[in-house]
Design a protein around this ligand. Structure first.
Ligand SMILES: [Fe+2]
Ligand SMILES: [Fe+2]
Length: 195
């Protein structure tokens, strides 16, 4: 038994995913196809009928995961340009772009919607966010740098990686997350006090 089944999907389903995702033009053809297969897999293994149905999180269930993913990709690509030009912190598109597009690949498996209420799935009590995604990406042949960054990107992960990609993903993700939280009436991370 597995928490997902690898699924390439028919051309129409692959086209739905390809037409949604920003950043696919910046990676090699093989990486592009693997990214599409990853999203087709969690979509078809999830309870959500359409991409539009997928919620961003339990904290902002009315926000679409579709929008969050592209917002993180675009913000991450903008930050990558600044980091390279201002500080010489360069990244490879074939590593950074999959990390941005796929960081939340397991979210459709971690939530269910019942009578318009979104709650955590059974899997969400078995594996933390990031881990099922990393398992899937490993199985699809993505490199260790991508797999380990996705595995540890969550704000509550025990640690975050020390690579430029992990740093860029963190800020792109939190920047876009705060927008999702503020636009749905939640408290953004930048206004939270931990003490
Ligand atoms: Fe995440
Ligand atoms: Fe995210």
């Amino acid at each position: 038994m597995s928490c997902y089944t690898i699924e390439r999907g028919d051309p129409a389903r692959r086209q739905r995913v390809a037409g949604w995702l920003d950043g696919l033009d910046q990676v090699s053809p093989e990486t592009r196809e693997a990214i599409i297969t990853a999203w087709v897999t969690t979509w078809t293994s999830s309870p959500f009928e359409t991409l539009e149905d997928m919620p961003y999180s339990l904290h902002a269930p009315s926000y679409r995961l579709m929008d969050h993913v592209n917002e993180v990709t675009r913000a991450g690509l903008d930050l990558a340009k600044r980091a390279a030009r201002d500080w010489g912190r360069t990244t490879e598109p074939d590593v950074l772009v999959p990390i941005l597009i796929l960081h939340d690949i397991d979210k459709p498996l971690l939530m269910v919607r019942e009578r318009e209420v979104v709650r955590g799935s059974t899997l969400s009590k078995e594996l933390p966010h990031g881990v099922p995604g990393a398992m899937l990406l490993r199985e699809l042949g993505f490199g260790h740098r991508i797999v380990s960054t996705v595995a540890t990107h969550a704000t509550n992960a025990p640690f975050h990686g020390s690579t430029t990609e992990a740093w860029l993903l963190h800020y792109a993700d939190l920047f876009a997350t705060d927008h999702a939280l503020m636009s749905t009436g939640g408290k953004p991370f930048y206004q939270r006090h931990w003490a």
